[in-house]
Ligand binder design. Sequence first.
Ligand SMILES: [Zn+2]
Length: 128
Amino acid sequence: MNDYYADDGWLYKRCAWCGKPGTKGEEIEIIQVSRCEGLWMHPPCTQGYSEWCEREDEYFWVNEVLKFVRGEVSPIKPGTAGEGAAKIAKDLITKTPSLARPENWRLLRAAVEAGLFPHHRSNEVGRD
Ligand SMILES: [Zn+2]
């Protein structure tokens, strides 16, 4: 069972990116946001969405995680997945200080994700 399908087989009535409805028979694309959440979008709209995600990610890693690592006030809340990632980032930066440079946020993200999912296989991502 897929949580993210509505009863009529559509996730949402409208594209999560442009807000326009899908026409009957139109190709749909499910963007897996997390293991239990997905979004429906027109295939051409996924480009805009992924660019937006990249900007959101950059903000998270540069303005939230790096503040946390430096011991500054950060919006990251204790006990959240964000804090888990920030703690791993802190360990990694202790070993590799260049990861703390804002322009290296993609490297930091990749290193933290490798630490979070050391045996990354699609059917095991949800295991705690
Ligand atoms: Zn769209």
